[in-house]
Write a protein that binds this ligand. Structure first.
Ligand code: GLC
Ligand code: CA
Length: 555
């Protein structure tokens, strides 16, 4: 039943609100996606991960769902969605939907009912009496991921409900078997409509610690690890796998804070019947401390983290990504000041990730090298940025300049500026004023211009994706880093039954010497991919140009 198609797949992530506006109201939508299906196909990707399109009051842009079985009005109708998935399948592209079931919207019918103490839905959520004589203190010290306490007081019933994200995102009570059956039914509903898999939002948060004990105090009022991988996590996911995932030729990928190379086997090995893969954030944390504060990017550490995932048994499928809708853009994040070499830098990053043993995810705009935006305070739209600014303003106004600086590096908004299609009005994203600021660099950075140039980053992505397709050495070859301690270059070799692939990517905007290790033997080499035209043949001593990326087949 399971073909495990994801082992040879590249996935393209669409954040629908910012991808393409089909009806001219300034908000991206499903008809907009339909109009770009040929473009998506032209990238050579095998699947799309679509961020949530379900009914939602949009407190967190669709990650707060009020009806799991229907489409958000702003995005279109279920019929539009059906046309979209049919168009994808016609083109050989699979559809992975977002599954947001740690919490619902507070406008979901279950939660509305649940506010009533006597309702059978009360136990769908996590309601508790408060502390203190009058119960006016939250039940424990947990903090929300969007700042502030993770509990909201409900006057009517005199109790508090848990929300690990905004107060409009109440956490579901997975201890309740009815909740777990509802989730399986939702998955099967979409599978029966043809979807090919799910990206499971903050899935490692679903099982809460018994008794909801106080956690370690959170930094900057932002909660995190203390909620991850609770005591019954594996049991719940195994059950969901049995009731749903295993019945279809599906792929699941968990957003799995707390899953590390040390415990990944139990979470994703093919033998355990849980999820097929997870997103880990370890490689995305090397330039941050305490999850939020910027720190210098350390390539050696970055390589080490990725290497640990590569060394997992072949029955555990790693993933790799440099961007998603919650992260700033990878340019210039991992490559420093690229000056006039933005696209070369993007190519070096692309080469580094696309030949790992992993399912690579490419986020919309990454393929043309979209960058962070120089936002003013009023440009921020994301609830996380807005809350963070409001909190700092309230509790430590003196830190405002620092908070602004952090957001310019860190805000999730950077990934959410409208996709830059052309150099025309609103970057070709919409005929109306977009819901969010367009990055002013769209005149230079856009799909139309990238299409027109053979040597663009976009065309490099296409070449690299098409080159990796179906190659055993990429899908299942062994992985070893070459010169793991080199500070400027990400190099590795893949090997499968005598075939070898050598990938060398200079992450710096400078010329760099790169010497192959003495015991690195090869008789002949063939250049398979490069981002400079006159790339050199392989030799033991290479002088790499700025951001030079080279992929060789070697014997
Ligand atoms: C995940 C999503 C993020 C969302 C959060 C709450 O981290 O990727 O966008 O805000 O979950 O659903
Ligand atoms: Ca629209």
């Amino acid at each position: 039943m399971k073909t495990r198609w994801y082992k040879d797949a590249v996935v393209y992530q669409i954040y629908p609100r910012s991808f393409c506006d089909g009806n001219g109201d300034g908000v991206g939508d499903i008809r907009g996606i339909i109009s770009k299906l040929d473009y998506i196909k032209s990238l050579g990707v095998d699947a799309v991960w679509l961020s949530p399109v379900y009914k939602s009051p949009n407190d967190d842009n669709g990650y707060d769902i009020s009806d799991y079985r229907d489409i958000m009005d702003e995005f279109g109708t279920l019929d539009d969605w059906k046309e979209m998935i049919a168009g994808m399948h016609e083109r050989g592209i699979r559809l992975v939907m977002d599954l947001v079931v740690n919490h619902t919207s507070d406008e979901h019918a279950w939660f509305v009912e649940s506010r009533n103490k006597d309702s059978e839905y009360r136990d769908y959520y996590i309601w508790r009496r408060g502390r203190g004589k009058d119960g006016k203190k939250p039940p424990n010290n947990w903090t929300s991921n969007f700042t502030g306490p993770a509990w909201e007081y409900d006057e009517e019933s005199g109790e508090w409900y848990l929300h690990l994200f905004s107060k409009k995102q109440p956490d579901l009570n997975w201890e309740n078997p009815k909740v777990r059956q509802e989730v399986a039914d939702i998955c099967n509903y979409w599978f029966d409509l043809g979807v090919d898999g799910f990206r499971c939002d903050v899935i490692t948060y679903i099982s809460k610690k018994d008794g909801l004990p106080n956690g370690k105090p959170a930094f900057l009022l932002v909660g995190y690890e203390q909620y991850a991988v609770g005591p019954r996590y594996h049991e719940y996911i195994h059950e969901l796998n049995e009731r749903s995932f295993s019945r279809y030729d599906s792929m699941t990928v968990g957003e799995s804070i707390g899953i590390t190379p040390d415990n990944a086997f139990d979470a994703i090995d093919e033998s355990v019947g849980e999820l097929d893969s997870v997103f880990s954030f370890d490689h995305m944390s090397v330039d941050f401390r305490l999850n939020v504060l910027p720190k210098r990017f350390d390539l050696v550490k970055f390589k080490k983290v990725l290497d640990r995932w590569q060394q997992l048994p072949k029955t555990c499928q790693p993933t790799v990504f440099l961007e998603n809708h919650d992260q700033p853009r990878c340019l210039p994040r991992f490559v420093g000041d690229y000056k006039d070499k933005r696209e070369l830098a993007g190519m070096s990053l692309a080469a580094a990730i696309l030949f790992l043993r992993a399912t690579p995810y490419i986020y919309q705009g990454q393929e043309i090298g979209m960058t962070n935006c120089n936002f003013a305070v009023e440009d921020y739209k994301d609830i996380m940025s807005v809350n963070a600014l409001a909190t700092v303003k309230k509790v430590a106004p003196i830190l405002m300049p620092y908070a602004k600086k952090v957001l310019l590096k860190r805000a999730r908004d950077h990934a959410r500026t409208p996709m830059q299609w052309t150099d025309g009005d609103n970057a070709g994203f919409s005929t109306a004023e977009p819901w969010m600021k367009v990055n002013p660099n769209f005149k230079d950075i856009n799909v139309k211009d990238s299409e027109a140039r053979e040597d663009s980053l976009l065309n490099f992505y296409r070449k690299a994706i098409s080159y990796r397709k179906g190659k055993d050495v990429v899908i299942s070859g062994d992985f070893s880093l070459v010169r793991p301690k080199h500070k400027d270059v990400f190099a590795y070799v893949r090997e499968f039954k005598g075939q070898r692939l050598l990938v060398i990517a200079n992450f710096k905007n400078k010329r760099v010497k790169f010497k192959l290790p003495n015991d690195f033997a090869f008789e002949s080499s063939k250049l398979a991919l490069a981002n400079y035209k006159d790339a050199q043949d392989l030799q033991n001593n290479l002088l790499l140009r700025e951001y030079e990326a080279l992929v060789y087949e070697i014997k």
